[in-house]
Ligand binder design. Structure first.
Ligand code: ADP
Length: 722
């Protein structure tokens, strides 16, 4: 069976092979077993139900929540030569009539439906007469109210399937499902002893960055101007913020549009289309935007604000790099985001259970932005996936980019001012005192008599407020919520004041190009845009970026060779193959390029060789341990490598766990005091060492996670292993 599936993949889609996760899902559906597939966004879910649809007799019904995008989805597969239609409220009754006739004649392979259709009994009666071979439920998490996009009408799917005279095989797909949601899907869609496949959630081509930097807007403007020709999305948490950033982009001549619930429908639709059709590069949007956007060449997703949960965040960043090309995800965190999200939860739901759930999810998001270890690992673990690595080498924590700048002295000035002000005030009042403002309120409280009054005059109001906010986002001080949020000391504040902890920011995070594109790629992109606008379709419908990229480095010169390029199928070749070949051949001749055609198999051999090379490169933990062998303390290594103490400790653990490691003396000096060690050991005797959080809760507040980790390393791991 899978061989026939492979032929269909080749012929229609032009792809040479299934992705690992697709194979087992398709196989299960082809064996007529109900199937639940959890795959990351961009993982290639659609093919998993489309290929069985093509191989089965009869019709596959696809239930999809995205009315506005159904047309695009269906046009896209029609473009591959597959007979598909959709029915939703946007169609005229004549058109619906036309489709029902085609359905009666068994001329349609895939029918896309909005779930609301299943609430209409007349329509369901009609459906019962059809030869339905498969029901595919897309975005299946919408059935669960624990998911983040609950849709009431998804609850009708189960009973609809039950009412059919002959039960078809049912497949359900989602990108984000925690165990709770997964159980709900199985129960509420009434899957029959389903095969459940949870594929690796890792999207290796996405670089994940969390940045806590002052002046986010300036960063965004720099970033976009460095990556002018690339397509990207900027997510914000409120409409107001979307308008604000959009206006700034326009003022800076950046090709941008916006999308949020406050805009008229027509404008939203137009903006979305402009983005999908590559008429504009950047979309500034609230989370109302993006579900089901299949645009495959989104090169960056910036979160200007922290989103409300990991599920939403991972789904949103998943919209980058669907074509598998290198792409970037950047979360710009500011402590104010927490307050905004809490406010949105408060006004967002009356249901107390949901509210508690929302707060729980928000907390995991906050923990994520403060996480010191590998960010990718954090997300994957959240979704229940174990990772083999400690460091992914493709997130901002693992790569540890940016220039570290020591801001301890400035931080001490701020802290001692807060300390002296005695009562809790907001950021603006603290700024006023530090800048020596003569405002009534300041004088009333006699803040002008404090020794810290006016000691940061040289800062502008805005810069100083941003500096304080950056201190908050690193948890060097905290924000206490209330009607007016106030600044209070955190666990770290006293240590900084006493000079026991340093404040080091990665300030000038260098903005870099995401990818270097070659000239022919640009030429092919322009050709694609011309064809797309003639045909009135989005450019990625013609060929995705990775197909053009492959053409631009392999220079296919005839039919046989262009078929070897991933993404060139039968219909696509007939429509565009010759045009692209002509342009490529032209380019090759004009530039005197000597082409030596290499077969796909040879290319993958080369890739393998490069991968081997890559994996034989020096392991990061070895670099750390080598420095320790030179006699450096852990704190020194952390400083020199510009990584956190926690990461160094992680490297050491990994090194020790490697069977071949030799004995090394680790100098844990300075991470904990003798007294702290005693206290931590007492706690571990009672609580064990598997989980750090309960230990942290038990010991004095002042004891850091680093200290706990180091004590465990010394007394348990090192003693046991070496
Ligand atoms: P999802 O619905 O899981 O987010 P899609 O089905 O839209 O993902 O697929 C994402 C991208 O990957 C699309 O551009 C699709 O054409 C491409 N793709 C899917 N399967 C394969 C494959 N086997 N080989 C190459 N590209 C694939």
């Amino acid at each position: 069976m899978i061989k026939e599936a492979l032929n269909v993949l080749n012929e229609y889609y032009g792809y040479k092979d299934f992705r690992k996760s697709q194979k087992s899902v398709i196989d299960s559906i082809l064996c007529k077993k109900d199937t639940l597939a959890v795959m990351p966004t961009g993982g290639g879910k659609s093919i998993c139900y489309q290929i069985p649809a093509l191989l089965f007799d009869g019709i596959t019904i696809v239930i999809s929540p995205l009315i506005s995008l159904m047309k695009d989805q269906v046009d896209n597969i029609k473009d591959l030569g597959i007979s598909a239609e959709y029915i939703n409220s946007s169609l005229s009754s004549n058109k619906i009539q036309e489709i029902t006739e085609k359905l009666n004649e068994d001329k349609i392979k895939l029918l896309y439906l909005a779930p609301e259709r299943l609430e209409a009994s007349e329509f369901c009666e009609f459906m019962k007469k059809l030869n339905i071979s498969q029901i595919a439920v897309d975005e299946a998490h919408c059935v669960s109210q624990w998911g983040h996009d609950f849709r009431t009408s998804y609850r009708y799917i189960g009973s609809f399937i039950g009412s059919l005279p002959k039960r078809p095989v049912v497949s359900a797909f989602t990108a984000t499902a925690t165990e709770e949601v997964r159980k709900d899907i199985v129960k509420l869609i009434e899957l029959n002893e389903p095969e459940v496949f949870i594929s690796g959630f890792d999207r290796e081509n996405l670089k994940i960055n969390v940045l806590k930097i002052p002046n986010r807007l300036k960063y965004v403007l720099n970033y976009i101007s460095e990556n002018k020709d690339q397509s990207g999305i900027i997510y914000v948490s409120t409409r107001k913020e979307a308008d604000h950033i959009y206006e700034n982009l326009i003022e800076n001549n950046i090709s941008a549009a916006r999308y949020h619930a406050g805009l008229p429908d027509a404008e939203r639709k137009q903006n979305q289309e402009d983005f999908v059709y590559d008429r504009i590069n950047v979309m500034v949007a609230t989370n109302a935007f993006g579900m089901g956007i299949d645009k495959s060449n989104v090169r960056f997703v910036i979160h200007y604000n922290m989103p409300k949960n990991i599920e939403g965040y991972y789904q949103e960043i998943g919209r980058a790099g669907r074509d598998g090309e290198k792409s970037e995800c950047i979360l710009l965190f500011s402590a104010q985001d927490i307050i905004t999200q809490k406010y949105l939860i408060e006004v967002g739901t009356q249901n107390p259970e949901r509210r508690i759930n929302d707060y729980k999810k928000l907390q995991t998001m906050i923990d994520f932005v403060h996480h010191n270890g590998c960010l990718r690992k954090y997300i994957l673990n959240y979704f229940g996936e174990e990772t083999e690595y400690e460091d992914c080498e493709n997130c901002s924590n693992c790569l540890s980019e940016g220039e570290p700048v020591d801001r301890t002295v400035e931080a001490q000035k701020v802290l001692s001012c807060i300390y002296r002000m005695k009562r809790d005030f907001g950021v603006n009042t603290i700024v006023d005192v530090l800048r020596g403002s003569a405002q009534k309120k300041i004088l009333q409280y006699r803040f002008n008599e404090l020794s810290t009054y006016g000691i940061m005059k040289n800062y502008s109001k805005k810069d100083l407020a941003e500096f304080i906010n950056t201190l908050i986002s690193h948890d060097f001080i905290s924000l206490k919520e209330g009607e007016y949020p106030t600044v209070v000391f955190s666990e770290k504040s006293m240590d900084i004041l006493k000079g026991e902890e340093r404040v080091i920011f990665k300030e000038s995070v260098k903005v870099q190009k995401i990818t270097e594109d070659n000239e022919l790629f640009g030429v092919l992109k322009a050709l694609r845009k011309d064809i797309a606008s003639n045909e009135g379709v989005p450019p990625y419908f013609i060929f995705p970026d990775n197909t053009l990229k492959e053409m631009s480095v392999r220079f296919p010169s005839n039919k046989e060779q262009i078929f070897d390029i991933s993404g060139v199928g039968q219909v696509k070749y007939e429509k565009y193959g010759e045009t692209f070949l002509e342009i490529i051949n032209d380019y090759v001749t004009k530039n005197n390029i000597e082409v030596k055609w290499t077969d796909k198999s040879e290319v993958s051999l080369q890739e393998k060789a490069t991968n081997n090379l890559r994996s034989s490169k020096v392991k990061t933990q070895d670099v750390t341990v080598n420095m320790i062998k030179e006699g450096k303390s852990i704190i020194e290594v952390a400083k020199e490598r510009e990584i956190t103490v926690s990461t160094v400790l992680g490297h050491i653990e990994k090194y020790i766990n490697d069977e071949n490691s030799e004995k090394v003396e680790f100098n844990l000096e300075g991470i904990f005091t003798e007294k702290e060690e005693k206290e931590i050991m007492e706690a571990t005797a009672e609580l064990g060492v598997d989980r750090l959080a309960p230990i942290k809760a038990k010991v004095s507040q002042k004891i850091t996670y680093d200290a706990i980790r180091a004590v465990i390393l010394k007394n348990y791991v090192l003693r046991d292993k070496l």
